[in-house]
Design a protein around this ligand. Sequence first.
Ligand code: 3AM
Length: 178
Amino acid sequence: MPRLFSAIEIPESVAERLILLRSGLSGARWIDPDNYHLTLRFIGDVDGATARDFTLALSEIVAAPFELRLNGLGSFGGGKPRAIFAGIAPSDGLDTLRRANERAARDGGLPPEGRNFKPHVTLARLRGARPDAVAAYLERQGGIAAETFTVSRFVLYSSRNSVGGGPYVVEAAYPLEN
Ligand code: 3AM
């Protein structure tokens, strides 16, 4: 069964900025820049019929291109930090696209996403990183000098069956048009 999620790709110019952040934290497994992405909707391991219905619903999404900007660094997991991410500045275009992806998932027969949507680009997964070391890393790196980028398509990615993680493969791409 394919393990699927929909996402926005990160342009190379932005990835080049993020690459500079890949050091100085013990316990971090830095994500390969080729695998940077912004997840819109995690689907997981589904059967072929569900995958087909979701894909069809994605292809019917009509949305305009929009701008995005990275906005600071953070960590998930609180006292047991499990990931470092670059945040994304609030964006109406992103909200619209995320809602459309949620509807597509429902059309594919999937249960509603229970988690709050926190748009981000994961930079590292952490194992055994100390919370104070994570705080010091975030403080040291400060903000990200990143330019705005235009989102003109989103994609359906697959990852290794059941296991997840990269490398991710673009299974389909969906253009955004005015
Ligand atoms: O966008 P990132 O890389 O932070 O953590 C997984 C990854 O997020 C997330 O989906 C993305 C692509 O694998 N993910 C994994 N399991 C999940 C789940 N059960 C999940 N998201 C929501 N629910």
